[in-house]
Design a binder for this molecule. Structure first.
Ligand code: ZN
Ligand code: ZN
Length: 264
């Protein structure tokens, strides 16, 4: 079964990813304006009407900014954990009861020919999740906003053909940067975000023969740089005898634009 993957926005300023099969099209997160997401979909020759479901990872604004608008404008069902619903409901505005859907970590949620399975991630939100998306034999994983690596994350990422992984910050840039201490502490904490280095180490231990394409995303605007993130991860992989370009492709998920579209 053919599957398409494309990031629409990625970073501390907003996140959204498009995944589709022949019969089903979903978004994970809608953290930029509804208008911006419509523009990105138009680049893929789609409109909001083509979207069958919107899956939310957690209630932070960089993941839900356009969710309410899109749901109302195009009658799109929104899927989230019950705690996330409680935490984001006021920000979303009125959502039709029929479009309020629930997901449960570890349990499959099936839409037509796509199976979506949330897994728990440690992050300072109500009940944050990453998502596995299964389409036939293909497995795609989205894992951002991760304070630290857990066994559950490792297991969830393993065997993915496509992986969107957070490479949020360079630890030195955070330490030396202009952020107030409480923000630095939050980013670097166990419930904050994943550094370039930790992303590289995690990848070194989980990539396998199935891995086809890795996207590094959710970069901090202040505390990272796309080249630095890519080079740091590539060099850690290299030290572990894993060659980017030979074993799999690796690209950055663009901050403000529709990213590279992958078709498997
Ligand atoms: Zn977050
Ligand atoms: Zn985020």
């Amino acid at each position: 079964m053919a599957v398409e993957f494309c990031t629409l926005a990625s970073g501390s300023s907003g996140n959204s990813t498009y995944i589709a099969t022949k019969y089903t099209r979903i978004l994970v997160d809608a953290g930029v304006s509804g208008k911006k997401i419509q523009e990105c979909l138009a680049e893929l020759k789609l409109t909001g009407q083509d979207i069958d479901g919107l899956f939310i990872t957690h209630e932070h604004i960089d993941h839900i900014k356009g969710a309410g608008i899109l749901s109302r404008r195009f009658n799109i069902p929104i899927y989230a954990t019950s705690e996330t619903w409680l935490a984001m409901e006021d920000s979303l505005g009125k959502i039709s009861p029929a479009n309020k859907r629930f997901v449960y970590p570890g349990e499959n949620c099936i839409i037509n020919d796509i199976c979506v399975k949330p897994f728990c991630i440690p992050h300072d939100a109500a009940d944050p999740v990453g998502y596995n998306i299964f389409a036939g034999e293909k497995k795609i994983t989205l894992a951002t906003d991760i304070g630290h690596i857990t066994d559950e994350i490792r297991e969830s990422i393993a065997g993915s053909e496509i992986l969107l992984l957070e490479a949020n910050h360079d630890e030195d840039m955070v330490q030396k940067g202009s952020y107030p201490w409480h923000l630095k502490k939050r980013i670097l904490s166990d419930m904050g975000h994943l550094s370039n280095k930790t992303a590289g180490e995690l990848l070194s231990s989980v990539v396998d023969g199935k891995t086809k394409h890795i996207f590094l995303g959710h970069l901090s605007q202040e505390n990272n740089d796309p080249h630095l993130a890519f080079d740091t991860v590539e060099s850690i992989l290299g030290k572990n005898k894993i060659q980017v370009g030979k074993h799999f492709k690796m690209d950055m998920a663009y901050r403000h634009n529709t990213g590279i579209k992958v078709e498997l």
